[in-house]
Design a protein around this ligand. Structure first.
Ligand code: ZN
Length: 324
């Protein structure tokens, strides 16, 4: 963490030149991949994949599209500082994918037989992590309920009084995804990645033989998203300290300092398949094995098992009503 360039910050606002300065202070060693790489961009989903020179791809790992073109390697790309290595092996992942798939009851039967797992690819996904310290002063009106009268005339009233305090908190490895290849809903479903405990320093050996996605949410954008996340968290931490039965007029004055960032890679197993004209992704966390996926619904099954019985029940009910 000490090696990360600082991200100066004032009053919770990220100023353009602060970030630019942080980027300039990134040493040459903090750029590039530390080994010869090739980048391709998918013309369909826009994801950029990074390969070692001896690897080849004929399809996009994220959507299966064959329309991929070379992407000019940008000198500005920040090297990952840390990697969470793969822990779940491919065979193990295939097995749990098969189980996951057969438990998806409304999927068309045809798909269960399809060689879904044949396209399974190991992909390192880019994330940004941020650290920061926050010192916040807060004030609010705290409301405590009390009751007047008795029996039926009992009325609830609220006694308001001003309260205030301060809060100190350290944010450690707050994650912001840098990927555009994996659909956002799926990604949040396979989180968390244990980046607080199990990260290894980046070395080219970790990514050799794997596909790596090049981040497309850049540092500036990620820092802004992280700021919004932290602001929301600080606000709810302050709110939790107000106490009472209810509260109003919460004011928070937050000061952020010691802000640092890291670019990290996390492991995933990704399968894509098309059904009809649509592309579906199934993804597994390459460290915890957690699976999330999209799948088509079989309207035949849904009709016979859900819609038809409902119609019959409705018909019976209507019939009963008619008899009364
Ligand atoms: Zn694609």
């Amino acid at each position: 963490m000490a090696s990360a360039p600082p991200l100066p910050n004032e009053q919770g606002e990220i100023r353009e030149h602060d970030l630019a300065q942080a980027l300039r202070t990134a040493q040459p060693a903090q750029r590039g991949w530390g080994t010869e790489k090739r980048e391709i961009q998918c013309q369909s989903c826009r994801a950029i994949s990074v390969f070692a020179d001896n690897q080849a791809a004929d399809k996009c790992a994220f959507c299966g599209s064959p329309s991929i073109i070379p992407h000019a390697i940008s000198q500005d790309a920040i090297t990952p500082q840390s990697v969470l290595p793969f822990k779940v092996a491919q065979a193990q992942c295939r097995e749990s994918l098969r189980r996951w798939y057969s438990s998806r009851w409304f999927a068309p039967s045809k798909l269960k037989r399809a060689a879904l797992t044949d396209t399974l690819k190991g992909v390192y996904l880019p994330y940004w992590t941020f650290d920061a310290r926050v010192d916040a002063d807060w004030s609010a009106d705290r409301g405590d309920h009390y009751y007047e009268g008795s029996g039926d005339k009992r009325v609830q009233k609220t006694r308001w009084r001003p309260v205030s305090g301060s809060l100190e908190h350290h944010f450690d490895d707050e994650l912001i995804p840098g990927t555009v290849g994996v659909h956002a809903k799926l990604l949040s479903a396979i989180e968390p990645f244990p980046t607080r405990s199990d990260l290894q320093p980046y070395a080219a050996e970790f990514v050799r033989g794997w596909t790596v996605e090049r981040y497309q949410v850049d540092l500036r954008r990620a820092a802004t998203l992280n700021q919004q996340d932290m602001d929301a968290q600080v606000r709810s931490m302050c709110s939790a300290r107000v106490g009472g039965d209810t509260q109003r007029n919460l004011q928070v004055d937050a000061n952020y300092s010691q802000r640092t960032f890291k670019h990290v890679l996390v492991p995933s197993w990704l399968a894509t398949y098309t059904y009809g004209s649509k592309v579906y992704q199934v993804i597994a966390n390459g460290y915890t094995g957690k699976i999330a996926g999209e799948r088509p619904y079989s309207w035949v099954k849904i009709f016979f098992y859900i819609i038809l019985p409902s119609l019959i029940a409705l018909g019976l009910w209507a019939g009963l009503q008619g008899q009364q």
